[in-house]
Design a protein around this ligand. Sequence first.
Ligand SMILES: [Zn+2]
Length: 482
Amino acid sequence: MDVKRLASFCQKVGIAYKTAEEYGGLAGFYDWGVRGAQIKKNVKDVWWSYFVERNELIGGMDGSIITHPKVWEASGHVGEFHDPIVKCTKCGNVYRADHLVEDVKGVNAEGLSLEELAKILKDVKCPSCGGELGDVSYFNLMFSTKVGPYEGTVSYLRPETAQLIFVDFPEHYIHMRKRLPFGIAQMGKAYRNEISPRGFLFRLREFEQMEIEFFFDPENDESPFYREIKHTKVRAKPWKGEEDVYMLDDIIDDYKGREWMIYWIYHSLKFFELVGVDMDRVRIRQQSPEERAHYSMDTWDVEFYFDDMGWKEIEGIAHRSDYDLSRHRTFSKSDKYVVRMGGRSFVPWVVEPSWGVERTILAILYSSYREDEERVWLDLKPWIAPVQVAVFPLLSRDNLPEEARRIYYTLRALFRTEYDEGGSIGKRYRRYDEIGTPYAVTVDYQTLEDKTVTVRERNTMKQERVGIDELLPYLGERMRWT
Ligand SMILES: [Zn+2]
């Protein structure tokens, strides 16, 4: 299936669509609709529950979107968070210079300097009008904004959630009881002024991240979970080797913190499985030394295979050593980024798993889309589905709606439930199949006699008669994810 088709389906059923369509939209910005906003909340809720509420090593935070501009100098975003661009002198079109080189010359332009790109592009004309191309320059991807009515007070919309976790480390360290290791999780909006947003929800200018910074002592880097998970087999592509099924222990290099890299890769894959990503389309891929950030000792991407877009990153797991905390220590001139324990003073090291919310949802939707001659449905996990139970009276008369409403009022206290009496029963089933509703409860004439209803399961369309008294435990045990 291609992502374009999924995009039109998402618009049709109210999941996500271009922002402000009546004004023609705005590239790189999407709105989540009646169904999509709930799906997004569910994915984030499961993530938060899995990684924060159920993990004693992790605490949460919710940082501000605009913060002190020095934070972005320390992080390197002011100086280095840019893409090379080239502008047509005739029509004014702007291109990513490295993408243009790749498209026109078919060579990998990753990491080339401005001079190198300019040299290759010397004899290349504008693809849209044939005009001369101008100089190659860098374009910073941060959105800047004024703070207050004062001239010159400029800051940025955060380009990532991670830095808020780093800059507040002195606070976290106290509230996580001055012990290592620990992690801090955050989710929320981030902004990047991408030159060419593309791929529906894949490359956006406004998006959400779910990130964890996991701090550890490099001289005491053992993980108590290592033994039980190190033999886990995963589909992987090491940068020097072939793609194959490997044991985690065999492919992670020997460096301080490797046991925690294994831990985070393991739980990242568990999470994707939990939210319904098709694991036959998932692999981990190690970035090559040229590809990864200069301060990173090792980076593995979790990738998802789209038939039309190929392998695409949906999460990155980066070993950042002490880079970020050391930079904040230098820029803020604060010694609170240094911890003292066991007679030593040191800056903690970090492993960072970082998910894109929209990319995760794109992979979930792509994995769960089903169609046959009769219907289209989403095979969503019950904890991700926007509506978990739909309640229908068979007909809108003879006291059936009243009985169905009574059941609806009981169920909605525990599950995301909707009541619907519009159209034929077949139409109603289809309507809720389309948005992935796992169970539909129908009240019919037999209900009035024996106090039972039919419960229909979305994927098999099989119906079962269940007593009204049994309904809560019956549905309850099918909705829980652990
Ligand atoms: Zn042009």
